[in-house]
Design a binder for this molecule. Structure first.
Ligand SMILES: Cc1cc2nc3c(=O)[nH]c(=O)nc-3n(C[C@H](O)[C@H](O)[C@H](O)COP(=O)(O)O)c2cc1C
Length: 233
C-alpha cells in the first residue's frame, strides 16, 4: 500500500467515532432509510399539474430543491409506483410541459399529507379533497390558494439516472402571500411569515422553520484582518 497523499489528514483520535455504509452494496430500501434520515430537512414541493384530460393533480415531493437563479431552476424527483409505473405528476409533466410548485406551511401539513394518498389517476386530489385552487398566470397549472408561495414552472428537461427520474423546471413566476412581502420594490421577503415545513426522516417526520439563526459571511480581506488582530496563542 502506498502512503496517502499529504493533504489527507492522518486519523485523528479526537474525531468522533464513525460508522461507514457502502451504499453501492446495500439494497434500495436501506439506502432510502439511511439517506432520507440524514439529508434533512428537505423542502417540500407540493406539485400541481394538469392531465391530458384536464384533471388537476396535486402531490408532495421532498426530493426537491432550488438549483439556480439565472435562469431560476428547480428540480424534483418522482420515483415509480411499486408496480413500476410512473406517478401521475411525472406523466402530467411529460404531457403538459408545465407544473406549479406550491410550498407548504405548517397549517397545510395535514392537507398536503392527504394528497400523498395513491388515488386512482382519474381522481384529482384538489377536487376529491376540496382544496381550493387559483388559476395560473404564465402556466395552465393552477396553484393552491392557501399555499404561501407558489412557483410557476416550465418543464425544461427530465434526467434519468438508472431508476431515479429528475424533473427540471424553469421558474417563470412567483406568487407570495402579501403579508410575507416586506418590501416589494426591494424584493424583501419575510421568510418567517411563510412558516414553511420541511421533511425529516422516518415515517411522517417533519420540522418547522421556526428555530432560525443568522451567521454573517465575511470576505477574504476581512478574514485576514481578523487574523492579524487575533491575540497570539
Ligand atoms: C412529504 C412527502 C414527500 C414525498 N416525496 C416524494 C418524493 O420525493 N418522490 C416520490 O416519488 N414520492 C414522494 N412522496 C410520495 C408521493 O407524494 C405519493 O406517491 C403520491 O401518491 C404521488 O402522487 P401522484 O401519482 O399524484 O403524482 C412524498 C410524500 C410525502 C407525504
Amino acid at each position: 500500500m502506498t502512503n496517502p497523499p499529504e493533504f489527507i489528514p492522518a486519523p485523528d483520535s479526537t474525531a468522533p467515532e464513525s460508522t461507514y455504509f457502502d451504499l453501492t452494496a446495500l439494497p434500495q430500501a436501506a439506502r432510502y432509510k439511511l439517506l432520507t434520515a440524514s439529508v434533512v430537512p428537505r423542502p417540500i414541493a407540493w406539485v400541481s399539474t394538469v392531465s391530458e384530460t384536464g384533471t388537476v393533480n396535486l402531490a408532495p415531493y421532498s426530493f426537491f430543491n432550488l438549483l439556480g437563479s439565472d435562469p431560476p431552476v428547480v428540480a424534483f424527483a418522482p420515483g415509480d409506483r411499486a408496480d413500476g409505473t410512473p406517478k401521475d405528476t411525472a406523466l402530467n409533466v411529460a404531457s403538459g410541459g408545465e407544473f406549479t410548485v406550491n410550498l407548504v406551511s405548517a397549517a397545510l401539513a395535514a392537507t398536503m399529507n392527504a394528497t400523498a394518498t395513491d388515488f386512482p389517476r382519474h381522481l384529482g386530489e384538489p377536487e376529491t379533497l376540496d382544496i381550493a385552487l387559483v388559476p395560473g398566470i404564465q402556466v395552465r397549472t393552477p396553484r393552491v390558494a392557501a399555499s404561501p408561495a407558489a412557483l410557476e414552472c416550465r418543464h425544461v428537461q427530465t434526467v434519468l439516472i438508472g431508476r431515479t427520474r429528475i424533473i427540471l423546471g424553469e421558474v417563470l413566476g412567483l406568487t407570495l402571500r402579501s403579508d410575507a412581502v416586506q418590501d416589494a420594490g426591494k424584493h424583501h421577503v419575510d421568510t418567517a411569515a411563510l412558516d414553511l415545513i420541511g421533511r425529516m426522516g422516518g415515517r411522517g417526520g417533519y420540522t418547522t422553520t421556526r428555530g432560525t439563526f443568522t451567521v454573517d459571511r465575511i470576505g477574504y480581506e476581512a478574514w485576514q484582518a481578523a487574523q492579524e488582530k487575533a491575540p497570539e496563542d
